[in-house]
Write a protein of this length. Sequence first.
Length: 169
Amino acid sequence: MSENPNPNPNPQPSAPTAHPGIDPRSPRFGAGITALLLLVDIFLALIGATIAAALLLLVIALLFAWGAFAGVRRHPCGVLYRVAVRPRLQAPTELEDPAPPTFAQGVGLVVTGLGLLLLAVGVMAALPIAAALAFVAAFLNAVFGYCLGCQIYLLLVRAGVIRRPAVAA
């Protein structure tokens, strides 16, 4: 008869990957903030405040880059969620793999970066279009929990284009 190696009577659920999972509400929280920022950006672009809209889209693109390269755990919205929101909620019933939301941050970076690049070469309509596309994705994630970037990630994994992180034994 062996004793339980885990003395914690209430263990946190774990994800099936080598990296610990994340609270699935955290990316939705970040998507809500991102959607709000993108909505302001679209408004600025539509009223003709192009410089302000471009600067805000640059900040949003940099936030996407932070999430894509440092990971969603280190993203400012993820840290804000962990520090200010998570302590006020019950523990999540399950954790999710951080790889799809991190990939989704990269998709957001590509969309917003392309909008900024096209704006830089004189395509004025690229800014509100890129912001609107990113807004739709952020809105779907924040309101309905449907992450377009995560779905793209899963499709690419199934197609064998990218690999999931190694599974912990």
